[in-house]
Design a protein. Structure first.
Length: 266
C-alpha cells in the first residue's frame, strides 16, 4: 500500500519525465477512477496544456497544470504511476493514460482500483476537499501537537487518520512508533510534550531515510521493524519479541519491550 515515502518516489518519477510537455491525449480506460470529474472535463482540462510542477501532500500527488488548476492523484491500495515513451501500456490494470507531445506518456496503473484522479483549482482546495491534516514529513512539533491533540483514540489509529496527519499508513506508523519507543495502543491524549518531541523526531527520520532508499523494503535498514513484521520474531533492537496487535481493523506489529508495554502484553 503506497504511503508517504512511496508517493514521494512516485512524485520524483513524474517530475523527471512528464513535465513541460503539452498533453496530447487523455485515455480513460476506467472512469470509476475519476473522482468528481467527468472524462470529458478531465480531457478538456489537460489537453493542449503542460504539467508544470509536482507536489506531494501526505499520500496525494498534486500536479500543477499550465494556466491554472491542479491534477490530484491518489493511489489507493495498489496504484502507481508508470512513465515511458512510445506505445502506451495496455493491460487490464492500466486505468488512465496521459499522452504527451513527443510520444511520452504517464499512465496510472491500479489493480484494485481504489486510487482516484481529481481536479482542483488549487492545491489548498484539494487538501481541504480531501480533509487532509498537515503533511507528516514537513509538519513542525507544534503542528504535530495540534494535529493529534484532542484525539480520543489509540496512538496508532490517530497517526493513520489522514485528517489528523497526512501520509502514514499501517507500515510506517508502526515503524515510527517503534523507533519512538511508544506503545501503539496507548491513548493519544496521554502523550507528554517529551513524547511529541520524540515522535516528531522519528517521524522525520524514518520518512526521510525511507525516501532516500526509494521506499524499497529490501534497501531499508535491518534494524528496522519492517523486515521483522512477524509474530514471535526477535526484536531487531535487542531482547524483545515482535508482537502482533490490532488497531482500526488492521494488523500491526510492535515490540512491547522497546515500546513500554506492561507485563500484560506478554
Ligand atoms: Zn524491542
Amino acid at each position: 500500500v503506497p504511503e508517504l515515502p512511496d508517493v514521494e518516489v512516485f512524485r520524483r518519477r513524474v517530475a523527471r519525465s512528464s513535465l513541460k510537455q503539452d498533453v496530447a491525449e487523455v485515455s480513460v480506460h476506467d472512469p470509476r477512477m475519476l473522482h468528481e470529474v467527468s472524462e470529458h472535463d478531465l480531457r478538456g482540462f489537460l489537453r493542449g496544456r503542460a504539467m508544470t510542477a509536482t507536489h506531494r501532500h501526505g499520500k496525494h500527488l498534486l500536479i500543477d497544470v499550465e494556466g491554472g488548476g491542479v491534477l490530484g492523484l491518489h493511489f489507493g491500495m495498489t496504484g502507481y504511476p508508470v512513465t515511458g515513451t512510445g506505445r502506451p501500456p495496455e493491460g487490464q490494470h492500466v486505468r488512465v493514460v496521459i499522452g504527451l507531445a513527443g510520444a511520452r506518456w504517464l499512465a496510472l496503473v491500479d489493480q484494485r482500483r481504489l486510487g482516484r484522479v481529481a481536479v482542483a483549482e488549487t492545491r489548498a482546495d484539494h487538501v481541504s476537499r480531501e480533509a487532509l491534516g498537515p503533511d507528516a514529513l514537513t509538519l513542525s512539533v507544534p503542528e504535530l501537537r495540534e494535529a493529534v491533540g484532542g484525539a480520543r483514540g489509540q496512538l496508532k489509529t490517530t497517526l493513520t487518520d489522514q485528517s489528523r496527519v497526512a501520509g502514514l499508513g499501517n507500515i510506517y506508523a508502526d515503524e515510527v512508533l517503534f523507533h519512538a519507543g511508544l506503545d501503539p495502543r496507548g491513548a493519544t491524549r496521554d502523550l507528554s510534550d517529551h513524547d511529541h518531541g520524540r515522535l516528531h523526531r522519528q517521524l522525520r527520520r524514518v520518512l526521510e531515510l525511507a525516501i532516500a532508499r526509494r521506499a524499497d523494503p529490501d534497501r531499508l535498514p535491518r534494524g528496522w521493524l519492517l523486515p521483522h513484521r512477524e509474530e514471535g520474531r526477535r526484536c531487531p533492537k535487542g531482547r524483545g519479541v515482535v508482537t502482533g496487535y490490532r488497531a482500526g481493523g488492521r494488523r500491526g506489529y510492535w515490540c512491547p519491550t522497546c515500546q513500554g508495554g506492561g507485563a500484560d502484553s506478554y
